[in-house]
Ligand binder design. Structure first.
Ligand SMILES: [Zn+2]
Length: 376
């Protein structure tokens, strides 16, 4: 598609305005604002930057830890929900399984389908996390970095974009320092650290926070934990699963009032069952049940195991909860990209990659343009 145009209510960095985008090749060549009066263009679709999910384990029946076919299917399923870039995210598994998976993803990245979300790296959650905050990770597979020779970790590193580490476990801080020095972005999470321990994790290189409030020591006024460190450290990014199950919307307000707006990131933490209705699946040896939009361990504990939403739903939920459209959209696009250091996309602005989503008044995805080509 060369020299095409899109017209609508453009979701800009801090505002919404009626305008026209000129798209040349894969880029936004020009942004012409026609009317920036509030409420203008009610008959036009919203045009949002494409969504970016940095923590997603699968979608539409496809598991990120599957083969190339599964990764293709996941990328295509995500795109239909407006996700134009993503990090396939692996979970706690024996290290040889993770090594083989990392090799598989590296081989797949350059061959990813043009009609799917663009994989801009990969993410690994576990196995260097806390038993006390294991969530739905298989406890028999958790490891302390101090017990693992570097030669068993190194095969993961090439191309690894984000890794969750609990700073307080033996060898945790050393691992954070080492991975940070190699360019991996460390996400503090699945951690039972106290305030000092959590802050030490960020000081050692942690830049972001795995699903804030879930799988971490929280807000206790006498023994503050990771959540307090994440909320009060202005430079730390935080992930939020805005499905309404993982974190009560009342807490979203606390995030809004404590974090700089550009440090909040929406993630799905979706499992392969997302988009498939109710059912059961097994992930690294643990049985998980999906019922009425909630994923829990099937052991009766009620432990949440991930979500079945995509970022379109997360953005919609945030807006319904009172967040402005530009703030909710930035949390699903520009902010996660900033965490990754990616600047060529994520904004409706001249020169940016034309990864765009058309949304109706109910914020339902009606069209998706990826690198200048309409896919949906
Ligand atoms: Zn996860």
């Amino acid at each position: 598609m060369t020299g095409s145009e899109l017209r609508g209510r453009l979701i800009l960095d801090d505002s919404v305005a009626v305008g026209r985008l000129v798209i040349e090749d894969d880029r936004i060549a020009a942004v012409d604002i026609e009317n920036d009066a509030p409420g203008a263009g009610a008959d036009l679709p919203y045009i949002s930057p494409g969504f970016v999910d940095v923590h997603v384990h699968g979608w539409g029946g496809h598991d990120a830890m599957g083969d190339a076919h599964a990764l293709d299917g996941m990328a295509r399923a995500l795109l239909r929900h407006g996700v134009t870039s993503f990090l396939p995210t692996g979970v706690t598994n024996p290290l040889p399984v993770l090594h083989a998976w990392a090799d598989r993803v590296r081989a797949w990245l350059p061959a990813a389908p043009a009609n799917g979300a663009d994989p801009i790296g990969f993410n690994i959650e576990g196995p260097f996390i806390s038993h006390a905050k294991k969530g739905a990770h298989n406890p028999s597979l958790l490891l302390n970095p101090a017990d693992v020779p570097w030669s068993d970790i190194e095969p993961l590193v090439d191309g690894l974009t984000v890794m969750t580490v609990a700073p307080e476990i033996p060898g945790g801080l050393e691992l954070i320092r080492r991975l940070t020095s190699l360019g991996v972005r460390i996400s503090i999470g699945h951690s039972n650290a106290d305030l000092a321990g959590a802050l030490a994790g960020y000081d050692a290189g942690g830049v972001t926070t795995t699903h804030l409030f879930n799988g971490m020591s929280g807000i206790d006024h006498r023994s503050p934990g990771v959540a307090v460190a994440a909320l009060t450290r202005d430079d730390a990014w935080v992930e939020l699963i805005a499905d309404g199950h993982h974190v009560h919307p009342a807490l979203w307000r606390i995030i809004q009032r404590t974090k700089p707006a550009d440090r909040m990131m929406l993630i799905s933490d979706a499992l392969s069952m997302a988009g498939m209705g109710d059912g059961r699946l097994t992930i690294s040896g643990l049985e998980i049940e999906v019922k009425d939009g909630r994923c829990t361990l099937a052991d009766g504990s009620g432990t949440l195991a991930g979500s079945v939403i995509a970022l379109d739903t997360a953005v919609r939920n945030m807006v319904r909860a009172g967040f402005s459209l530009p703030v909710a959209v930035a949390a699903a696009s520009r902010n996660p990209l900033a965490m990754l250091g990616v600047t060529d996309r994520g904004r409706v602005a001249e020169g940016q990659l034309a990864d765009l989503v058309e949304l109706d008044d109910d914020l339902v995805v009606r069209g998706v343009v990826r690198a200048g080509t309409r896919i949906v």
